[in-house]
Ligand binder design. Structure first.
Ligand code: XMP
Length: 517
């Protein structure tokens, strides 16, 4: 195992992804808890992340001394590098040589970190983002690469296997970064690639059996990848001691409910209760315009419906389920570094079943809590889930309700389903589905005047949204070419009655959010 100590960098999760892509399991601990995590995990190597502080400030975070006492390899990135230098007796200077964005670094010495990737005497593109820099090396260190503004761009004490880099090698803007991280993991630390989804599958199944014993598990399916993968995995572990509950709230896309039911009942033979609650949800949402009220209404009804079904299942003579399965992922579990300590603002109260386990007095089974999204997809493939299901764009719990700003009606939902299906069909045809994180149509509560044939039309506006993202936290709008947008718009207006104008949303996140509500 490898431990990553987080000093508050925005991209710490990317370091973890790169390490795992190199086939090595790793965990992230915030610096405040690093001492404890280090003692628990007993890692074979450590990576110190970047962060927003300056080591020259009083009280700025430090790495636990136990890491250095353990005599294991350390890779330190950006703030980590400065910290390494400062903690081992070197010097760091604040502020004067800020460097942000693309830069070039020249390799001045050969090193196991660069082996087979970077050659001595050549220059390579890297991504820099720092205000401080190391000015005096600790004893035992030498410079192995340098940039104009960071003469100590990469430093190494090869005897102790300590490496520091000023640039961010975890981001895509450092094209060779992933290979350098793999070098650290394999060549420097000597760790083997044994983190694979087929190994994980076996271990996870054992763990589920140990946890559940002869008990019963209830699993809510949403139609999304995470709950589906969790359900298939649990079913493999305990068979029909698992019962799935799929609450159809009437806010799904066209064909989605049938797809879930067919896949689980017919393909996997997993016991599935399909709750047709469309009427209940749509009636409760009638006249509701406020996005937060929509979300809260849907969340509350979901919990109530689920509880009711659970009671029925508990009364089926096979004993009450004691466990509730959830598709919680690693990014939800990682403790985050907070410097402000203040309360953060709720932008949207995301719909999830949080609170459900306490209310129902059930224990949680969360077989995916160590995985990143891309690993869940790989596990889904390993379990034989169809590619079309595994590669799906994320879909929010409140569904189409938050893609219909203003009041929701069945008619509007129908229009939205049709427009959305055409838009996604065009995206698939253009071969863009997999490069886009999420794409969908939004039906606006405005009507505009148009001319169709010889007549006047007065119909809805449909907005199209497509973004790229790695985690949904930040996102860029997708730069379609105009011909594509023209094609999608023409088809929607021609084929969907009720829409006479189409617009494209060119807002990134921040300042926008991905969904409109
Ligand atoms: P926003 O709109 O906050 O969305 O930028 C970020 C990501 O989260 C999804 N999303 C949700 N997912 N329940 C969910 O399960 C929700 O209530 C919810 N709201 C937004 C959104 O689709 C995007 O992927």
């Amino acid at each position: 195992k490898l431990l990553i100590v987080d000093f508050g960098s925005q991209v710490t999760q990317l370091i973890a992804r790169r390490v795992r892509e190199a086939g090595v399991y790793c965990e992230i601990a915030p610096f405040q808890n690093a001492e404890r995590a280090f003692a628990e995990i007993r890692p074979k190597a450590v990576i110190l992340s970047g962060g927003p502080c300056s080591v020259t400030e009083d009280g700025s975070p430090r790495a636990p001394q136990s890491i250095f006492d353990a005599k294991i390899p350390v890779l330190a990135i950006c703030y980590g590098e400065q910290l390494l230098a400062a903690q081992l007796g070197g010097a760091v200077e604040g502020g004067h040589h800020r460097e942000f964005g693309r830069a070039e670094i020249g390799v001045v010495e050969e090193s196991p970190l660069f082996a087979g990737v970077w050659e001595k005497g050549s220059r390579y593109p890297v991504w820099m983002s720092h205000g401080d820099r190391v000015t005096r090396l600790p004893e035992g260190f030498r410079v192995i690469a340098a940039s104009e503004n960071a003469p100590m761009g990469a430093i190494a004490d090869e005897a102790r296997r300590y490496y520091g880099v000023q640039f961010h090698l975890e981001v895509a803007h450092t094209p060779d970064g992933a290979k350098l991280i793999a070098n650290f993991v394999h060549k420097v630390a000597g760790l083997k690639s044994d983190w694979t989804m087929s190994a994980f599958r076996g271990e996870a199944i054992d763990a589920i059996r140990r946890q559940v014993g002869s008990g019963r598990v209830l699993c809510g399916l949403s139609g999304g990848v995470d709950s589906a993968v969790a359900a298939v995995l649990i079913h493999e572990a305990i068979g029909d001691a698992l019962t799935c509950v799929f609450v159809d709230h009437g806010l799904l896309r066209g064909g989605e409910a049938e797809e879930v039911v067919t896949l689980f009942r017919d393909h996997y033979n997993i016991p599935l209760v399909h709750v047709e609650a469309q009427e209940l949800f749509l009636q409760a949402l009638e006249g509701v315009e406020d996005p937060e009220v929509k979300r809260k209404t849907i969340g509350r009804l979901f919990i109530e419906t689920f509880e009711e079904e659970a009671k029925k299942i508990a009364a089926d003579g096979r004993g009450a389920p004691q466990f509730l399965a959830q598709g919680t992922l690693y990014p939800d579990v990682i403790e985050s570094v907070s410097f402000s300590g203040g309360p953060s603002v709720t932008i949207k109260s995301h719909h999830n079943v949080g609170g459900l386990p306490e209310r129902m007095n059930m224990k949680l089974v969360e077989p995916l809590r160590e995985l990143f999204k891309d690993e869940v997809r790989a596990l889904g493939r390993e379990l034989g889930l169809p590619e079309a299901f595994v590669g799906r764009h994320p879909f929010p719990g409140p569904g189409l309700a938050i893609r219909c700003p203003g009041g929701i009606t069945r008619e509007k939902l129908e229009i939205l389903r049709k427009a959305d299906a055409i838009y996604l069909d065009e995206i698939r045809k253009a071969g863009l589905y997999d490069v886009i994180w999420q794409a969908f149509a939004v039906l606006l509560p405005v009507r505009t005047v148009g001319v169709m044939g010889d007549g006047r039309s007065y119909d809805h506006v449909c907005a199209l949204r497509a973004v790229t993202s790695t985690d949904g936290m930040t996102a860029d709008f997708y730069p379609f070419d105009m011909a594509f947008l023209g094609r999608a718009a023409t088809r929607i207006i021609n084929e969907v009655r009720g829409v006479n104008r189409v617009v494209y949303d060119v807002t990134s996140k921040p300042p926008g959010t991905i969904e409109w509500e």
